[in-house]
Ligand binder design. Sequence first.
Ligand code: UDP
Length: 329
Amino acid sequence: MKKKILITGAAGFLGSHLCDRFLVEGYHVIGMDNLITGDLKNIDHLMKRADFEFYHHDVSKFVHVPGKLDYILHFASPASPIDYLKIPIQTLKVGSLGTHNLLGLAKAKNARILIASTSEVYGDPLVHPQKESYYGNVNTIGPRGVYDEAKRFQESITMAYNRFHGLETRIVRIFNTYGPRMRLNDGRVIPAFLGQALRGEDITVFGDGSQTRSFCYVDDQVEGIYQLLFSDYDLPVNIGNPHEISILDFANEIIKLTGTDQKIVHQPLPKDDPLQRQPDISTAREKLGWEPQTHREEGMKITFDYFKGLTQEELHKSEHKDFSQHIVK
Ligand code: UDP
């Protein structure tokens, strides 16, 4: 009898890669998604498999799964600054009500649950790099507050179920992750820059580009999550790649990678855009023996190849050309 795992956000970027991984490992996978930001195209290749089922469902509403369940991975959530502005209430609901429903399901099924938290719980961090022991610097009422606070609540309620109900829980704090199946038009920097290069548009660097990020390739992220699920460590663990780069340097890397001669243009920095972000991954190294293996050059090449494979129609269907809405009072 195969072990059964429920993966929420299954049609999204990370969720779909997690479905692939658990199928390879011999699990029966139930993928769940309400398809607000997810895309069935990401799991098309799984739909005919006997060991994969798809439930079109919003986890903010009561979640019913018949039969036994061994594991739950909660990866449903909008995950880009533009999404938070477009669908702020859903962002809050999936992190709070959705997490509550899934913790209840885990308790009823006696399943272990891993929830996807984020480096956004650190807000615009005042310590660098960010360790799990840092409590963060979040603007509760800013445009990112709907995501950051939902994720902070998510961590709280998960630990409450762990301590009060003795539920087996795991919490991963995901730092910027990239790879094939990222949504082209979600406004995140990597699809934005690659899309611009492929369409022959200027590369839009927000602010002066001195803000930093540290990008983790999706296979490394999935491996870290896999290791964490099966570890006995139930406090939050940062999973990300500590190799940090400024957004301006990254824009220049993209121009080199894509072999285009795009101009860099500057646009205003969105409100509460963190100035620097780099994971301290000593907990992951120590507790899981994990660290990223993929260099940015290699990961970005694979990602670029994926975006090159998109159709012209997909490439030009950009909902987010106007970033002015990004600047919130
Ligand atoms: N960014 C940019 N140009 C773009 C999109 C994003 O300069 O067209 C910047 C953004 O301001 C941020 C960084 O790239 O400083 C990463 O943004 P992203 O939305 O990918 O994720 P975040 O880490 O901010 O959640």
